[in-house]
Ligand binder design. Structure first.
Ligand code: AMP
Ligand code: ZN
Length: 468
């Protein structure tokens, strides 16, 4: 299939550009989770946006090689390990598993490779050695640092004004402020001084190592900084030059900026052609973030009786470059809309030839920098149209390849035994004007979990679980 023209907003040029891949297979790198706790639904907004991007590439006929890293060693994991008195591996494994469970519930297509930082330390060491030999990195008492002043394009992606860049200032922590561009740690020597760790408390913890996890390296035993892992794993699995790299906008600086500096200083090649950054999910106007204490997990969404796919639908109602304010009310509205949609699809004939008009408009929306709100509205125009239901069915399944609402898995609900007869009996009573009798039958059906609605086309029923 010949790819159509896909246009994407590139943060590097700050323009919408036509996407052209470097090789036949598109190299896509998406920054993955730090597995120190449950991923929150703000993180999931970014991961769903990345899933839509990948589906849009596939929809356009591209082959995609997708790599997402798992950060299983950093300040936050060490802090969690010390404070929860568990080995860092136990913390990382527990939350990595939870991440994959949630991923499946949101119908996100799995990446081709999920490299773990701890399994790719030698690749990181190689790049750091190269950076030292080329004069971009230097050693201090507490680690090896990247000298941002030596890299002439530093700040290009995040548009940092040059005057803010202080040569010689250094930060050891993995995450730091937008206003502090500074030399950053590529490698950290064990200090026993991880930020946020209660040392006195952790020293009393039996069975948990008091020393930061470390690996041997020519420049000294230690552990990698956060930024180097993405450069190393991207290069290892996708080559020196990538087509697309993504994350949430909070990663633009310093993380993505630092990735560019390390990678390009090492290879002398352009690291990434397209940088796409997803906007945040907010709560009461503020970024959803663990540090602000305003997070919700997918588990909580499910506990409140929401289908994870409703959350996915909610994410689709906003463009990925716009902020989205999360409320339970908006999730409820998304769930109701999705239920209406699945009910419609359930009553349609089997898919046959689709509607070219709507399929074309849908493709146009997708290819216009992933305009999902528009794509969803085209889908609804199709649903409300007068086309035969077999055609609508065909087209909606094609659209769902990008939307990922699992519309191909909708199966007619099964009525409990005896319910079909009661529905028929109730309909007869209604036709004969015996409304008291039909009401009694309605209540009887409700007790079985069957809810009947009268429509001009006859009675429609829904089976609801007792918990809803
Ligand atoms: P982290 O595990 O903190 O590195 O975050 C994983 C991904 O979630 C990154 O791409 C972040 O940019 C993204 N992210 C974090 N908070 C939010 C939020 N409130 N809304 C959308 N994406 C977010
Ligand atoms: Zn990254």
């Amino acid at each position: 299939m010949t790819p159509r023209v896909l246009k994407l907003y590139n943060f590097l040029s700050r323009k919408v550009e036509e996407f052209k891949p470097i090789r036949e297979t598109v190299g896509l790198y998406t920054c993955g989770p730090t597995v120190y706790d449950y991923v929150h639904i703000g993180n999931w907004r970014t991961f769903v946006f990345e899933d839509i991007l990948k589906r849009a590439l596939l929809f356009n006929g591209y082959k995609v090689k997708h790599v997402m890293n798992i950060t299983d060693i950093d300040d936050k994991i060490i802090k969690a390990s010390r404070n929860q008195r568990l080995a860092f591996r136990e913390i990382a494994d527990k939350y990595e598993k939870a991440f994959f469970d949630d991923l499946a519930k949101l119908n996100i297509i799995k990446a081709d490779i999920y490299p773990r930082a701890t399994e790719n330390i030698s690749s990181m060491i190689q790049i750091i050695e190269l950076l030292i030999s080329k004069g971009f990195a230097y050693k201090t008492d507490d680690g090896v640092y990247f000298a941002i002043g030596k890299f002439k394009n530093y700040g290009e992606l995040s548009n940092l004004s040059k005057r803010k860049i202080k040569t010689g200032a250094r930060v050891a922590v993995d995450q730091y402020d937008k206003d502090q561009p500074a030399d950053f740690a590529l490698w950290k020597f064990p200090s026993g001084n991880t930020p946020g760790v209660n040392q006195a408390e952790s020293l009393r913890t039996p069975g948990v190592s008091q020393v930061d996890p470390s690996w041997d390296a020519p420049f000294g035993k230690g552990r990698p900084g956060w930024h180097i892992e993405c450069s190393a794993m991207a290069q290892k699995y996708l080559g020196d030059m990538l087509d697309i790299h993504t994350g949430g906008v909070d990663l633009l600086f310093p993380h993505h900026e630092n990735e560019i500096a390390q990678s390009e200083a090492a290879t002398d090649k352009k690291f990434v052609n397209f940088w796409l950054e997803g906007e945040h999910l907010l709560v009461a106007g503020e970024k959803m973030a663990k540090s602000l204490g305003n997070i919700y997990t997918l588990e909580e969404v499910i506990k409140r009786d929401f289908d994870p796919i409703s959350l996915r639908y909610l994410f689709l109602t906003a463009h990925y470059r716009s902020k989205l304010n999360f409320t339970w009310k908006s999730l409820e509205a998304a769930q109701n809309t999705l239920e209406n949609l699945t009910e419609e699809v359930l009553n349609w004939d089997d898919p046959k030839i689709g509607c070219a008009e709507f399929e074309g408009n849908f493709a146009q929306a997708i290819n216009n920098d992933l305009d999902m709100p528009k794509a969803v509205s085209v889908m609804w125009e199709l649903v409300k149209s007068d086309y035969p239901t077999s055609a609508k069915h065909q087209s909606i399944l094609m659209m769902d390849k990008v939307l990922g609402l699992s519309l191909d898995k909708i199966k007619p609900e099964k009525l409990p035994e005896g319910a079909q007869e009661l529905i028929q009996k109730r309909e007869e009573s209604r036709r004969q004007g015996k409304f008291e009798e039909s009401d009694e039958l309605r209540i009887k059906l409700q007790k079985m979990g069957v809810y009947v609605e009268d429509t001009p086309e006859g009675p429609r029923w829904k089976v609801k679980s007792k918990s809803k």
